[in-house]
Write a protein that binds this ligand. Structure first.
Ligand code: DAH
Length: 342
């Protein structure tokens, strides 16, 4: 019987040694120490032994039982430890690896120009007004004195949502909205997006940015307009900049003009940027047409005013010497990065 006990012990210890997981270990335990386990059977058959044999065999059987229990416990701990180690190995984070590089961004060149334009006009007392990009046809055209047969009104030129609502084609409707909801003195600028049915090419985009300006007060004259816009051009392109005003008809101004500035690239000598003329067109402007003041409920006998409008994208191209507007809208990071700190 002692031999049988030793066999059970050796065999079980070997099995325990080979066990790979907790459930195999449990099976081994049940097969030896469970209710029908072989060691349990031996212990149960002890009552058939003689009084001298019983304590000897009993002690031996208990020793075997203890050593099996102990090695099951040891093996269990070993399996649990190695499972934990495997988990730790799998979830290991190498804190010595360098982190992901944080890319420092830059303002888009159009935003930079818009901020610069706003700052120049804010420095002489203009505040910023905003208007909706989806606006009424009446504010974009009718109240601005635009004739019914004007080509800009055509479906081929303007994105209509319906007959009465459109994507604004200019920031000029903000003039109307401002005059309708404010009494003079009025002195605002309004930068924002505008939309036209244009094919994309080097100088056109169906979405672009403009900035409008309007002043309404007593005794505002053409010389106020010229002085303000000349100041603006010098701030933008440098003190040596000269300006000239050419007559141009806008239906909402009387008289109307376009302002040219000496080319900032060649300083007026003539180059590729200015088509060898030395001059570059910067904006449209004029004295407020009496009709639109009256439409907005402001007496043109009591008040006068001027307005101007410019393309922010166009000024960006001039300022940074860009030859293709598409670069500005493609948002290629290599292009945008060139404007960091500029
Ligand atoms: N809205 C005009 C355009 O898109 C620009 C303009 C011209 C605005 C003269 C004005 C202005 O306020 O007085 O071409």
């Amino acid at each position: 019987m002692i031999r049988q006990l030793n066999e059970i012990k050796d065999e079980t210890l070997q099995k325990i040694n080979k066990a790979e997981n907790i459930s195999q270990l449990e099976d081994i335990r049940v097969s030896v120490l469970g209710k029908k386990g072989n060691l349990t059977n031996i212990l149960r058959s002890m009552n058939t032994l003689s009084a001298e044999e019983r304590p000897v065999i009993g002690a031996a059987a208990n020793t075997v039982k203890e050593s099996i229990e102990m090695s099951i416990a040891d093996k269990k701990e070993e399996i649990l430890n190695s499972a934990m180690q495997a988990k730790l190995d799998k979830e290991y984070i190498d804190i010595t690896l360098p982190g992901k590089k944080v890319e420092i961004g830059s303002l888009h060149p159009i935003s930079k120009t818009a901020i610069e334009l706003v700052e120049i006009f804010a420095s002489i007392g203009f505040s910023v007004a905003e208007g909706p990009e989806i606006d009424f046809t009446k504010y974009n055209f009718d109240y601005l004195n635009t004739p019914v047969n004007h080509p800009a009104r055509a479906l081929t030129d303007t994105f209509y949502i319906n007959e009465d609502v459109l994507l604004r084609t200019q920031t000029s409707p903000v003039q109307i909205r401002t005059m309708l909801s404010n009494k003079p003195p009025i002195k605002v600028i309004s930068p924002g997006k505008v939309y036209r049915c244009d094919e994309i090419d080097a100088t056109h985009s169906p979405l672009f940015n403009q900035m409008e300006g309007i002043i309404v007060d007593k005794d505002i004259t053409m010389s106020d307009l010229k002085g303000t816009l000349e100041f603006f051009a010098k701030q933008l392109f440098g003190p040596q900049t000269k300006t000239k005003f050419r007559h141009h008809q806008f239906y909402f101004t009387e008289p109307g003009a376009e302002m040219d500035a000496t080319c900032p690239k060649c300083k007026g000598l003539g180059c590729r940027v200015c088509g060898n003329t030395g001059w570059i067109e910067i904006l449209g402007c004029g004295m407020l047409h009496p009709n639109i003041m009256e439409i907005c409920g402001i007496s043109h006998l009591e008040y006068s005013g001027y307005a101007f409008g410019m393309g922010i994208d166009r000024i960006t191209m001039i300022k940074y010497g860009l030859e293709d507007l598409r670069l500005v809208y493609e948002n290629d990071i290599r292009f945008i990065q060139q404007f960091i700190g500029r």
